[in-house]
Write a new protein. Structure first.
Length: 107
């Protein structure tokens, strides 16, 4: 997480309406970024999972939120991070407020 300081990336500590864990520090860490290239805005999220890193970029914020939701849901459903008690069968079945960043989070 220290390596993100001074970059376009911000650690994403929680997700969804109640601010459930978006990972399990220090083993699973989510980060987000917003930037531009010559074709327009880019919305990204990245993960650090036990030493492995990945980054994904999207042209729309909604598409990025859907991808983050799917990955966070995976970690909730597998018990790797704390999420809602009554998870639906799939990420697609989460309510709209649970498919977006926690309202109290600021990047």
């Amino acid at each position: 997480m220290d390596t993100l300081e001074g970059t376009a990336w911000s650690v994403l500590p929680n997700w969804a309406s109640e601010g459930w864990d978006a990972g399990a520090w220090p083993y699973i860490i989510f980060a987000v970024a917003r930037t531009r290239d010559r074709n327009g805005e880019l919305f990204g999220y990245g993960t650090y999972v036990e030493g492995d890193t990945s980054a994904y970029w999207f042209r729309s914020q909604d598409a990025c939120f859907e991808a983050v939701t799917a990955e966070v849901f995976f970690h909730w459903a597998s018990g790797q991070s704390d999420g809602p008690d009554n998870l639906p069968a799939t990420a697609a079945e989460l309510s709209e407020p649970d498919r977006k960043p926690y309202p109290g989070w600021r990047d």
